[in-house]
Design a protein around this ligand. Structure first.
Ligand code: MF3
Ligand code: CO
Length: 248
C-alpha cells in the first residue's frame, strides 16, 4: 500500500532532509585520503545529534552505524571501520538519513578520494546522470516503470551496469515503504505516480557485471567481479508540477 503524504507531512520530511543534504554537501570537502570510514560515520553521527534528530540507520535491522560507507567494489551497506583507510584513487559511497518528528530522510552520494581514474570519475557521474534521467519522469500521470527504465537506459548507454539486488523505495514514517523503485524496468509499466508520493530514487551501478554478494559481516554488498560501484540517492516528492528534491 502506497501512503500518500499531506502537505504538513511533506513539510516535516523537508525539515528531516535538511541536515541530510547539508552533510552530503559538506562531505565533498571533508573526504580526504588518510581518513577512515569510521571518521565519516563520526562526522555524520555528531551532525545529526547536533541537529536534534535521530540517525535513521543506527539500529535499523541491527545495523551498527549512522552511515553506510562503501568503498570501491562495495556497492552498499559498508559498515564504517577505523581500519578502513581512504586512499588516493578510491571512490567512496556514503548513504545516510535522519528521523525528525517521526519522518525519515534518506540520501546517498559517491565521492572521489583525491584524484581518481577517468573511468571511475565517469562511473560516479553516471549514477547521478541515471538519477536525473529518472527524475525527468517523476511527474504525476507517469508510471514507476518510466523512472526505472530511464535510469537503466542512461546508465547502460554509458557502458555501466545497473545493480538488480537493491532498489529504491517509498519513504515516510518508515524508511522503506511501498512502492519498490527498481533502477531497471519497462516504460509504461508499474503504478501511476500521484501527488504526495514520496520516493527514494537511488541508482546503484557498477563498472562490470551487476551481480553482488554479501560479505560475512552480513551487510556489506560487493560486486562479484570486483568492479567498482557508485550510488546516488535522493528523497523526492511527486507534485502537481515539478518534483521536489528534499535531499538536494
Ligand atoms: N539507505 C539504505 C536504503 O536506501 C538503507 C540503509 S540500510 C541500514 O535502503 F540498515 F543501514 F539502515
Ligand atoms: Co534508500
Amino acid at each position: 500500500m502506497i501512503i500518500i503524504k499531506s502537505a504538513e507531512e511533506i513539510e516535516l520530511m523537508r525539515q528531516a532532509a535538511v541536515p541530510t543534504k547539508e552533510m552530503l554537501n559538506n562531505l565533498a570537502d571533508i573526504i580526504k585520503p588518510g581518513m577512515s570510514t569510521k571518521d565519516i560515520d563520526d562526522y555524520v553521527e555528531e551532525y545529526i545529534l547536533k541537529a536534534g534528530m535521530k540517525p535513521a540507520f543506527k539500529g535499523y535491522s541491527g545495523y551498527p552505524a549512522c552511515a553506510c560507507v562503501s568503498l570501491n567494489e562495495e556497492v552498499v551497506h559498508g559498515i564504517p571501520s577505523k581500519k578502513r583507510i581512504l586512499m588516493e584513487g578510491d571512490i567512496v559511497s556514503v548513504d545516510l538519513g535522519t528521523i525528525y518528528k517521526g519522518f525519515y530522510s534518506d540520501a546517498a552520494r559517491t565521492y572521489p578520494v583525491g584524484k581518481v581514474s577517468e573511468k571511475h570519475a565517469q562511473l560516479i557521474k553516471a549514477a547521478e546522470d541515471g538519477f536525473n534521467a529518472g527524475l525527468f519522469f517523476a511527474r504525476k500521470g507517469n508510471r514507476l516503470g518510466d523512472i526505472s527504465h530511464a535510469i537503466q537506459e542512461e546508465v547502460e548507454s554509458q557502458g555501466f551496469s545497473v545493480i538488480r539486488d537493491y532498489v529504491g523505495h517509498g519513504v515516510g514514517r518508515e524508511m522503506h515503504e511501498d512502492p519498490m523503485v527498481p533502477n531497471y524496468g519497462k516504460a509504461g509499466h508499474g503504478v501511476q505516480l500521484v501527488p504526495g508520493m514520496v520516493i527514494a530514487v537511488e541508482p546503484m551501478i557498477a563498472t562490470g557485471d551487476y551481480a553482488v554478494r554479501v560479505l560475512p559481516d552480513g551487510w556489506t554488498a560487493v560486486t562479484k567481479d570486483g568492479g567498482y560501484a557508485a550510488h546516488y540517492e535522493n528523497t523526492i516528492v511527486i507534485t502537481d508540477g515539478d518534483p521536489i528534491l528534499l535531499t538536494k
